[in-house]
Design a protein around this ligand. Structure first.
Ligand code: DX5
Ligand code: ZN
Length: 220
């Protein structure tokens, strides 16, 4: 079994102490920085853009996993790559020419992934899976941190894992929204590999211990 990865979501960081929180992640058992970009159109919230991501990149010693919750993400792929994205995921629901957009991401040297909203059927991924380094399944409605995990996610992971296995691929499955030390093991057992955690990590009193625990439970 390959190692399960933890990606703290910087949406839940303290922006007044951004460098401190970046160093916390650098010095923790976390694997990636999860970076949520929201445009106020695709989702009903605006998060942060290029200057903040550049500031994170300047100090981060781990890969940036950039989750684009924006309409027509193809307009900004090169720019996100230029400022330091390592993995770029785009929503299936946000771009008409998904295949072209994934190829565009890969042409920049970044790893490419597709994100599905909570109830977009996983079956829509069948023909695009060979292009995906990773598939991100939302386990909440995207737009805000701190929401409750939706149980429908378990059966979606199982279905997607079967599709990946049937095609003989090694595509990773990432889960985003409401991940905690209570549900992470069940998510691993369903077939997921990468776990975004925002409020569970940043609202805890010992953030590095919380990350360590998530990583331990996921890999137990
Ligand atoms: C929400 C974002 C998530 C969010 C997760 O649209 O995609 O990455 O930060 O936050 P928690 O872990 O608090 O649900
Ligand atoms: Zn996210």
């Amino acid at each position: 079994m390959s190692s399960k990865l933890i990606a703290p979501s910087m949406l839940a960081a303290d922006f007044g102490n951004l460098q401190r929180d970046i160093e916390m992640v650098n010095n923790s058992d976390a694997d990636w920085f999860h970076i949520d970009v929201m445009d106020g159109h695709f989702v009903p919230n605006i998060s942060y853009g290029m200057p903040v991501i550049q500031a994170i990149k300047k100090h981060a010693t781990k890969p940036l996993d950039v989750h684009l919750m924006i309409e027509k993400p193809e307009r900004y792929i090169e720019e996100f790559a230029k400022i330091g994205a390592d993995i770029i995921t785009v929503h299936y629901e946000s771009t008409v020419h998904l295949h072209r957009t994934l190829r565009q991401i890969k042409a920049t040297g970044c790893k490419a992934g597709v994100v599905l909203n909570l109830t977009t059927p996983v079956s829509v991924l069948e023909d695009i899976l060979p292009e995906c380094f990773m598939v991100l399944l939302m386990s909440i409605n995207p737009g805000f941190g701190g929401q409750k995990f939706e149980d429908i996610t378990y059966k979606r992971i199982k279905k997607l894992r079967e599709m990946i296995n049937e095609q003989g691929l090694d595509t990773r499955i990432e889960i985003d929204g409401g991940v905690t030390n209570k549900n992470i093991k069940k998510l691993v057992d369903a077939g997921a590999d990468v776990f975004v955690a925002g409020s569970h990590v940043f609202k805890s009193s010992n953030q590095q211990e919380t990350i360590k625990e998530l990583k331990l439970v996921a890999n137990s």
